[in-house]
Design a protein around this ligand. Sequence first.
Ligand SMILES: CC(=O)N[C@H]1[C@H]([C@H](O)[C@H](O)CO)O[C@](O)(C(=O)O)C[C@@H]1O
Length: 189
Amino acid sequence: LQNTAVLILARGGSKGVRLKNFQTVGGISLVGRSILNARNAYLEDITVSTDHPLIALEALKYNARILIRSYITATDWAPSIWGVEEFIETRPDVTVVVLLQVTSPLLKAKHLNLALKKLHFPKAFDCIFSVTRSYKLRWTFRNETMYPVNFNVQKRPRRQDWSGDFIETGSFYIARRKLIESGYLQNNK
Ligand SMILES: CC(=O)N[C@H]1[C@H]([C@H](O)[C@H](O)CO)O[C@](O)(C(=O)O)C[C@@H]1O
């Protein structure tokens, strides 16, 4: 049986927008929105990992659990996986982690549910994350030269010629414990 937990990483020290995770969209804070999104997807085990008292209070207001984030995992240079690893260390019972990013407040509970179903069917996948399909033809600039990234200039694909690229939306990352324990949120399985 799977023990699915939602994790929301919401540190206080955001660089771009001050106390970003506490900012509101339509009168509800980003942290609050993530918690409500999880709950609307029938996920009850919700933890907000933070290093900031105001964010912790906000999370409590929505009846989420709090994890006091360590200094290291709350720094500017810490990747999310560190915060996820810190969380599962405190929760040996958890087998699946749903990482919700507060920067995607418009996530639909329906999509989160579909993703969770996909984790188990048609087979047991290690991870599921949110992407959008893109047919945009991309170029990169390296060593003073432009290079096509995802197509061949001599054989430019038409939209109907290929299945496109998948771009992470950053909305959610679902991963099984064993994958996280190996140090990653994603693989191709
Ligand atoms: C799970 C994860 O890796 N989250 C990372 C996200 C996603 O890569 C991005 O949302 C994808 O669109 O980007 C950051 O917010 C960023 O670059 O500032 C850092 C954060 O650690």
